[in-house]
Design a protein. Structure first.
Length: 212
């Protein structure tokens, strides 16, 4: 399977998931679109409870998994083409998928361990909801941007549109989270945040710079 087929299948799957989410959870989806940038809607989302958010959480995570690995594959296709002399497109896509999965599971594991150790179970749910909003926004932006980058063959959009968009969403995620922390030691959460939210991106950037 070549890169074009993989990207196309992922985009169609992502659009299908996004459509199903709006069909079955329209009110919740509209609430999520507002919650990352509005304290009022975030509090409303938190008040609805964990059980009410579980299904939409599943859809948002699945949508993220079908949008971020294709971005990695496309980036390598444009900027590290020599990699395809050793690995097939499907292998590189599989490595990207595995990498995203491992980071996701490690983040969940250490969040559980960190919040359990220091008795911050209430903040665990807050963090999970805000991180879900971050993934949701990120996935939607990728579903819109990847077709333009890939089918129009404009790799420069990585730097002129995707990176600024990513920084805005990530900054909103960080600000929203730290503003809503109550009765906790922010230093502990800052260390956790730097280790499991910022460090993986820095390592990825370093790896890409080395390869390029």
């Amino acid at each position: 399977m070549d890169t074009n087929n993989i990207v196309t299948i992922n985009l169609l799957t992502g659009l299908l998931l996004l459509t199903l989410s709006f069909v079955f959870y329209r009110r919740k989806m509209l609430l999520m679109l507002r919650a990352l940038f509005s304290t009022r809607y975030l509090q409303q989302l938190l008040r609805e409870g964990k059980s009410s958010n579980e299904q939409i959480y599943f859809f948002s995570v699945l949508l993220y998994f079908f949008s971020f690995p294709p971005l990695i594959l496309i980036f390598f296709h444009f900027y590290v083409p020599q990699l395809f002399e050793t690995y097939s497109s499907l292998q590189i896509y599989g490595i990207g998928w595995c990498g995203v999965t491992v980071l996701f599971l490690l983040s969940r594991l250490f969040l559980w361990y960190f919040t359990t150790t220091f008795g911050y179970q209430e903040q665990r749910y807050l963090y999970t909801i805000i991180k879900t909003l971050y993934r949701f926004y990120h996935a939607i932006s990728l579903v819109c941007l990847i077709p333009v980058i890939w089918y129009a063959r404009i790799p420069e959009l990585f730097f002129f549109i995707y990176l600024p968009d990513f920084l805005i969403i990530f900054s909103a995620f960080a600000i929203r989270f730290f503003r809503n922390l109550n009765r906790v030691n922010r230093i502990y959460f800052f260390i956790y945040f730097c280790t499991f939210e910022i460090m993986p991106y820095l390592l990825l950037i370093k790896l890409l710079i080395i390869n390029i």
